[in-house]
Design a protein around this ligand. Structure first.
Ligand code: ATP
Length: 387
């Protein structure tokens, strides 16, 4: 296995039509640890695939360095990088059986030229047996042994993706590169395959870079997540840290569903020993511990952020909570275990996620508790999190 280091990586394309430069990846610094499952996530066009293609050697680097293990691979051709790729579209050879699809790369790599094979049949047999053992082992792991004789067209999407994975596994690479490998599968199969991929990684412990635009996949699969936007790395951390402590408004809004509520034009005041965020229509009193970090913002405008699950129905909260505000419930979406409440809070349209046992009714008032411990405040100019 190997770590992968991206050092000040840049990629600039020149658009063929407009002749304008597109900075697809900008100054990317990222270290993927040996054996780690790293997810690159971000909206369409943020530079995920370009980053992946540069690691794979399919795209030339404009500037910066890529290291796999201890070796700078900028000028190393893809086949010599010891990586294996799995893509959204499987890229299987349609005229070959599943077995041959999995064996193809291994035969190219392991078998000597045909005249040498003929000259040394004993050795050839040995190599073929070793290829067969790898295929049988991978097929067993992926539960595709029964399909080894079939052609890809006779398989379901999920089965085809497993063959593509099998082909990657048998190469025993140092690094797996996976670009949206689940996006052609239906919702149920995605969840199942997601789980299988996690288990496979636990077993094989191969360093993996996984590209997706799906934040649920990122949260559930990544040991760490690198969130990108407009070619720039926004934050790289564990899923929990990204969710609890987003570095800026982009990450806060991108990770989490329904997304974090933002109230722009809020102001910070000190009232007694505690900071208060005035949001126009409602205010939130924070704990005294936030005083220092907000000191530079007193009297200034900030952006207030609160996740939907931190706006609760008061009737579901025990004790005598602080920061209770009368809201108007406009629409309720029943999600099963929870309900999404579309509320008007001090004239701001916000979303709250509460337990389905809520007493909320559409077009009726409801006391909402704002959980000040879990609120966020952002600098209005830089959009960076103050906390
Ligand atoms: P998606 O999720 O839609 O695949 P992505 O995050 O993978 O998006 P990239 O494919 O890496 O994004 O593209 C990043 C930017 O680079 C985009 O603005 C894209 O239009 C541009 N780009 C990619 N390839 C080329 C190219 N060959 N020529 C010009 N621009 C390109």
């Amino acid at each position: 296995m190997a770590k992968v280091i991206l050092r000040n990586l840049n990629k600039t394309f020149v658009d063929q039509q407009s002749k304008k430069e597109v900075n697809a990846v900008k100054d990317l610094d990222l270290e993927i640890h040996d054996g780690e499952f790293m997810v690159l996530v971000g909206p369409s066009g943020c530079g995920k695939t370009t980053t992946m293609r540069m690691v794979a050697g399919l795209e030339e680097v404009t500037s910066g360095e890529i290291l796999i293990g201890e070796r700078v691979v900028n000028d190393v051709p893809p086949r010599d990088r010891n990586i294996a790729m799995v893509f959204q579209n499987y890229a299987l050879y349609p005229h070959m059986s599943v077995y041959d699809n999995m064996a193809f790369g291994l035969r190219l790599r392991m078998l000597p030229p045909i005249w040498e094979q003929l000259a040394n049949p004993g050795k050839t047999k040995e190599i073929k047996a070793s290829i067969d053992a790898k295929i049988q082992a991978a097929a067993k792991k992926l539960d595709i042994t029964d399909y080894l004789d079939r052609k890809p067209k006779a398989l379901s999407g999920g089965q085809r993706q497993r063959v593509a994975l099998g082909r990657a596994i048998v190469r025993e690479p140092e690094v797996f590169l996976m670009d949206e490998p689940l996006s052609n599968l239906d919702a149920k199969l995605r969840v199942q395959t997601r789980f299988e991929l996690i288990n496979l990684h636990r077993e094989l412990k191969v360093t993996t870079i996984y590209v997706t635009h799906d934040q649920v996949e990122a949260m559930t699969m990544g040991q760490r997540i690198a969130v990108m936007n407009n070619g720039l790395l926004q934050q790289c951390d564990t899923p929990q840290n990204i969710y609890r402590h987003p570095a800026n408004m982009f990450v806060a809004g991108f990770i989490g569903m329904p997304p974090m509520n933002f109230v722009k034009g809020a102001t910070v005041q000190m009232e007694g020993a505690r900071p208060v965020i005035h949001c126009g229509g409602f205010s939130v009193t924070l704990s005294a511990e936030r005083t220092n970090v907000l000191a530079a913002y007193v009297g200034k405008e900030v952006v207030f952020g609160v996740r939907p699950e931190h706006l609760n129905d008061k009737s579901l909260v025990s004790g005598t909570p602080e920061n209770v505000i009368r809201a108007q419930v406009e629409v309720i979406e029943q999600m099963g275990a929870t309900s999404n409440l579309y509320i008007s809070l001090g004239g701001h349209a916000l979303v709250s996620v509460v337990d389905a046992s809520t007493i909320a009714k559409e077009n009726a008032p409801l006391d909402i508790v704002i959980d000040a411990e879990h609120c966020h405040v952002f600098d209005k100019d830089t959009e960076k999190a103050i906390f």
